[in-house]
Design a binder for this molecule. Structure first.
Ligand SMILES: *Cc1c(COP(=O)(O)O)cnc(C)c1O
Length: 318
């Protein structure tokens, strides 16, 4: 998808730091060491993996990405922290060690081949992908082949974290399971947490100016919507926009209809050409938009950050 030149995406790195600190504070309350692995895959959900990683490198213990290409693009190897890589496509351990990366593995062959890169075992406790099913002989085989000291599962339910812990607590020194969905469940934290969404919530504001404002004369647009006054912004479904809530001059409003490269916004009498429509931000959060779009807040972030050119605000001195 192409970014619209008339949409502005503001990413507040200070808010991402505050989110990170808020997670650390909760973890510290547990009185036991739980480390924080920042999930910066998919360009940090569109927030920019390179700037995000640099903004929080002093607060976290590691990163998690999809593949080596992401780790390289974000220059994570320079930050002195380790990076877990879920799609271990290279069979050469030095490709990982050069970036301080560790491959995630779930087959005996992969584990043996990448043994020198300190692979991490992925156990399947219900997702039924990218993991070796718990309770099968495969688990022990992979652990042995890779000389593995760390294992995780991709859990969304407490029982999944508990199953991992029960099966491997005595066998593997470092275990983790929780992403954002289980951050409020201390018993799911085990030795580390891996949030993505929780790092980015409320950090992105997406705005677009009205380029036209019209007093409606009857059913308008393709769908024949009827409102008293409507405006137009230059972002459409070719950029990833959908119908949903927005904020117009401080009031809740809505995107009435989305076209290829423009969209209609419900307006009132005082709204003028040039006024900014907030598509994501205060009053139209990831969760608000996700409810309207019937998708996850993660998907909202990735789509919204792709609508326009991105601008990063550096954290204020602390
Ligand atoms: C993406 C991902 C996460 C982070 O998920 P959020 O719900 O955004 O916190 C954690 N663990 C794994 C294995 C993932 O793939």
């Amino acid at each position: 998808m192409t970014r619209s030149p008339r949409v502005r995406v503001d990413i507040d790195l200070g808010q991402i730091r505050r989110n990170t600190r808020a997670i650390l504070k909760v973890l510290h309350a547990s009185q036991r060491p739980v480390s924080l692995i920042a999930v910066v895959k998919a360009d940090a959900y569109g927030c920019g993996a390179r700037p995000v990683a640099r903004a929080i490198a002093d607060l976290v213990q590691g990163f998690y990405v999809f593949d080596l290409k992401e780790a390289t693009a974000a220059e994570l190897g320079e930050l002195g922290l380790r990076t877990l890589v879920v799609q271990a496509e290279s069979n050469d351990s030095s490709d990982y060690t050069a970036l301080r990366a560790q491959p995630i593995v779930w087959t005996e062959g992969q584990a043996a081949t990448l043994r020198r890169a300190q692979p991490v075992l992925s156990v399947d406790t219900g997702q039924q992908r990218f993991g070796v099913p718990l309770g099968t002989a495969g688990v022990e085989a992979v652990l042995r082949a890779g000389d593995i000291r760390e294992a995780y599962t991709h859990a969304t339910r407490l029982e999944q974290a508990a199953a991992l812990s029960l099966a491997l607590r005595e066998r593997v020194p470092v275990l983790h399971a929780a992403g954002t969905a289980l951050l409020h469940e201390p018993s799911a934290w085990l030795d580390a947490v891996r949030p993505g969404l929780a790092l980015y919530q409320s950090a992105v504001t997406v705005t677009a100016p009205l380029v036209e404002v019209t007093d409606s004369t009857g059913p308008a647009g393709y769908t024949g919507f009827s409102v008293r006054r409507h405006g137009v912004i230059l972002a459409g479904y070719s950029q990833g926009l959908r119908r949903g809530p927005c904020v117009m001059n401080g009031r809740p409003s809505r995107i009435l209809e989305v076209g290829m490269q423009s969209a209609f916004v419900e307006c009132e009498i005082a709204d003028r050409v040039g006024d900014a429509v907030t598509l994501l931000g205060p009053g139209a959060s990831e969760t608000d938009v996700a409810a309207a779009w019937e998708c996850s807040p993660q998907e909202v972030l990735v789509r919204m950050t792709g609508l326009g050119e991105r601008h990063w605000r550096e954290p204020a001195a602390e």
